[in-house]
Design a protein around this ligand. Sequence first.
Ligand code: HAM
Length: 417
Amino acid sequence: MFIKVPKGTQDILPEDILKWYHIEDMIKEILNKYGYKEIRTPYFEYTDLFIRGIGESTDIVTKEMFTFPDRKGRSLTLRPEGTAPVVRAYLENRMDRISKVIKLFYLGPMFRCEKPQAGRFRQFNQFGIEVIGTKSSAADAEVILTVLDVYKKLGLKNLEILINSVGCKKCRVDYVQKLKKYLKDKKDFLCSECKERYNKNPLRVLDCKKDSCKKIIEIAPVITENLCQECESHFSEVKSYLNDQKIVFHEDPRLIRGLDYYTKTAFEIISGGLGAQNAIGGGGRYDDLVEELGGKPTPAVGFAAGIERMIIAIDQQKIKWPVEKGLDIFVAKVNEKNKDTAFRLLQKIRNTGLSADMDYSEGSLKSQMRIANKIGARYAVIVGEEELSKNMVIFRNMQTKEQKEIKIDNIIDELSL
Ligand code: HAM
């Protein structure tokens, strides 16, 4: 029995890699256009970063982190998300000195020990953007417009944008009191986790996916009716920027998202056909996180999207992927005696910048031609004894099957296809 991949992880095979290149190229192209610079942070961090950053009572921190001690007993965690690490890097590298507002993006694997199901993995890839250093509502709108631009460029349609404001430190205190008051006599009907959330972090009850809790939440007081003046105006400004750009969105006053760092704007993008795991991306403002992680008060806003879910959505919407560009030249040999000449020729062709390959399995010419066809080679150069004695090779168009003898010295000219 061979060993299989760990539960919730998957191989990205050569036959699928073009999809990843395509998406990654599009992301980089669009994000460059919007002025974002790439940052790469480690795949693991000290556990405290996520506890302090994401919030002690979130599902991610209580149940989903891959945490392990290093050899000196310090607790490390595979990053479950990218925002806390980016803020850590921002502070550690004093990026505030580079410019007042920093726009960063990242692309790479994240790790959450969730129950695997369609669209939900334990190792998955995110692309994310973070704008650190501005409280401007235009930045919130820009983050949303940026990701919509990426989705649009990939051809994705039927996306629903849900948007909410989760208030700030000031107005949230009053709202939480109201919510607690509302939940007090319904506590017995909440799930066991929400009973705990009620005491520790009642806002998290709003994020419960259990039917029994959902029913109670449905008629709970909503945060948007309890915003302070500043949060209220910020929210209307974001919405008016989006309206101005003709972006259709839905307000969802119960959207609070799974991470505790959000303030003011929170949003999620949903793709219809994805079933239960329909959030293709989400984000929001996090004005207190930099300070909570030891920096000066610094407002920020960002977003992240799951790349596997984007791929599933693209496939479901039957959007065509770019086709693989076949090999330029396949070098074949009539028999093994010619293999050194063939090998030399192969390198010479590659040195011109064309893609070329040959078969090392000592197969017949017929089987080499089969391989050439399979890998989509446009031309074959066939090295045979008879031709070699005249310093020639056979040059074959794999599509038309036409072939001719050409001088080895002219091969490069001939290949200026
Ligand atoms: P998040 O909503 O936890 O936000 O994750 C963002 C996206 O990552 C989700 O919408 C989903 O597409 C994808 N995702 C999450 N978990 C999984 C999983 N187990 N399997 C597959 N895909 C998954 C964040 O991570 C925040 N850091 C976003 C952010 C950036 N907020 C501000 N800046």
